[in-house]
Write a protein that binds this ligand. Structure first.
Ligand code: ZN
Length: 337
């Protein structure tokens, strides 16, 4: 039974596993302790109070480029109410509910039942990452209609994720990273109304063309610089690859993400981003960056800079090099090469 959201006892609200990870790494290290989760369905929690396990959300380092799947799990011996949204969603999916039944392609049908993401709806502001607390979960995750504005707070749209749709770039990337070679051509994702293969959806800086700018996810190895060094106010994320298919801008094609630290700290996932940078800078590790955003010419400086509308559209992965030999041969993007 797939559980996409759970009630976190310590936070006193319903979270998805990525919210849980952000909140976990936002805790001071000496007080960091794994959370206790219960079912997010109010009636189910009131009557049966089943325990839900959070898996891998407390881990920072990726051992390989097939990124670790962070998720909730329903441990045995913790029965849910028959009417619980997760039980209902599970049954719907088992009986080919949702939109899988009309699909003539068994591979696609199978991917639905294994939560392969086929819709990615990028966020448009940092705020949505911090959505209203204790939001009610009433719809089945299969039926959910994004975006969902919380009527009680009127705060920005908190888009709710379904089994195969997401507004979190990291959730899509974690799914995408499980595939390689021809599998990347077989799976498809709809982004902004356009259907792309998994292979087309994620491009390196040196592959993306000006026509694809702002319409693809970009990924690559990067180095991070804090500026000024003594009391940093900004983070510069400098990609190792340049925008080779773009014209030179002020004599350069380098690609940079320039973020004020104040923006990172104001964002719910800011502590997690900073921890990942720190981890990636440790010996034997490297940083891989994924973003959804527009590449613009830099103002009066050579090269290009990325406009990131929402920090949830920026994903860092701190990856441990497996060994010196493989690291030297293919430290980055080996899956895509
Ligand atoms: Zn339940």
């Amino acid at each position: 039974m797939e559980i996409l959201e759970a009630y976190c006892v310590e936070l006193g609200k319903v979270v998805d596993i990525y919210d849980a990870q952000k909140a976990y790494f936002a805790l001071p290290e000496n007080r960091r302790k794994r959370f206790t989760f219960r079912c997010s369905d109010d009636a189910c929690r009131a009557e049966k109070n089943p325990l839900v396990s959070g898996v891998n959300y407390d881990k920072l380092v990726e051992d390989t480029e097939k990124f670790r799947q962070i998720h909730f799990r329903a441990p045995v011996g913790n029965p849910h109410l028959e009417t619980c949204i997760w039980v209902q969603g599970h049954e719907q999916r088992q009986t080919g509910g949702g939109n899988a039944d009309s699909d003539p392609h068994p591979r696609v049908a199978r991917s639905k039942s294994t939560n392969v993401i086929d819709v990615f709806r990028p966020k448009t502001s940092d705020l949505s990452a911090d959505g209203p607390s204790g939001r009610p979960v009433t719809n089945s995750p299969v039926d959910r209609e994004p975006p969902d504005v919380n009527p009680s707070t009127g705060r920005g749209a908190r888009t709710r994720d379904g089994y195969s749709s997401t507004s979190l770039l990291e959730r899509f990337i974690d799914c995408w990273a499980q595939f390689e070679g021809d599998e990347l051509k077989e799976h498809q994702v709809v982004i902004g109304g356009k259907t792309l293969s998994y292979r087309q959806a994620v491009l390196r800086p040196d592959w993306i063309t000006p026509d694809e700018n702002g319409r693809r996810i970009v990924c690559g190895g990067a180095r991070v610089k804090f500026w000024p060094e003594d009391t940093p106010k900004r983070i510069y994320i400098n990609f190792m690859d340049e925008c080779e298919k773009f014209d030179e801008s002020e004599g350069g094609r380098s690609l940079t993400i320039d973020l004020p630290l104040s923006r990172v700290h104001a964002y719910g996932g800011g502590a997690l981003l900073m921890k990942k940078i720190e981890q990636a800078q440790a010996p034997g590790h490297y940083l891989k960056v994924y973003f959804w955003g527009k590449i613009n010419a830099r103002d009066q400086r050579p090269g290009y800079v990325v406009e990131i509308e929402a920090l949830d559209n920026l994903v860092f992965k701190a990856i441990a090099r497996q060994s010196d030999a493989t690291a030297a041969a293919a430290p980055l993007d080996s899956r895509n090469g």
